[in-house]
Design a protein around this ligand. Structure first.
Ligand SMILES: Cc1cc2nc3c(=O)[nH]c(=O)nc-3n(C[C@H](O)[C@H](O)[C@H](O)COP(=O)(O)O)c2cc1C
Length: 233
């Protein structure tokens, strides 16, 4: 099984500790091939807002930061499951994770989604110190949904400690137990990802956007793409 892990920070701290617990649990089931993407290390630039990603033969083809985005997208598409782990900064997701998702808006359902995403499972994890992890998890999950991801498991926790080892043992054990349960669910869904029924939310979004895409000029790239897929006539 191939799992891609997007780390919303370069820091090997609390959030990384949660990823390690998840990995430990997943490794009990089978040998897993992990691809770890650290931000901002692996995507160290802002989206230019140039709209070039919406043009071209495929979504993102002409992104000026394609030296970073193309290998990342290739890794994502070849993975069975996607884990996004991000700490909470200033009541929200880290700036670098926002920048990361900005680069892939061209692959949203309403534009030119990658069909491979319709069979993928996501796990979103956030750690914080008191307030804001709910927003982090919801923003990241919404992005995964708009990529077309089939099922999204969510987990958030307030550590109240700058480092994992500073947390009381009892609390650490509780977090481990909860994370192992989420990791097991993520494993089962990822293993059966092709068999489980389609996502109702993804299907609903596709229906909603059908009318919008249909209203575009025939030369509009999203419309050409939707037509080529047979999603509109
Ligand atoms: C710049 C900065 C801002 C933060 N803002 C918040 C916040 O608004 N809400 C919160 O709950 N925690 C906040 N925290 C605490 C971190 O989210 C928390 O310690 C988290 O577990 C850190 O994850 P890490 O060890 O993986 O970096 C902030 C931490 C930093 C460094």
């Amino acid at each position: 099984m191939k799992i891609c892990v997007i780390h919303g920070s370069n820091r090997k701290g609390n959030t990384d500790a949660t990823v390690e617990i998840i990995k430990e649990q997943l490794n009990l089931y089978e040998e897993i091939e992990y691809s770890d993407i650290y931000l901002p290390k692996d995507l160290p630039c802002f989206c230019a807002g140039c709209f070039a990603c919406f043009e071209g033969e495929y979504a993102g083809q002409n992104c000026p930061n394609k030296q970073y985005t193309h290998p990342i997208l290739k890794t994502l598409l070849s993975s069975d499951g996607i884990i996004v782990a991000c700490p909470c900064y200033a009541l929200a997701e880290t700036g670098q994770i926002k920048v990361f998702f900005d680069h892939f808006a061209c692959t949203f359902i309403n534009h030119r989604p990658n069909e491979e995403m319709f069979d993928k499972i996501g796990l979103v994890v956030s750690t914080g110190a008191g307030a804001g992890t709910g927003r982090v998890v919801s923003t990241i999950s919404r992005n995964l949904l708009f990529w077309g991801v089939k099922r999204i498991i969510k987990f958030r926790i307030n550590m109240f400690a700058a480092n994992w080892d500073e947390m009381p043992v009892q609390k650490r054990d509780k977090v481990k137990k909860l994370l192992r349960r989420k990791a097991s669910r993520f494993y089962r869904l990822t293993k059966d990802r092709r068999e489980i029924r389609k996502s109702i939310s993804v299907q609903a979004l596709r229906r909603i956007f059908k009318g919008l895409v249909n209203s575009y000029e025939d030369t509009q790239p999203d419309k050409i793409f939707w037509k080529s897929k047979g999603w509109i006539k």
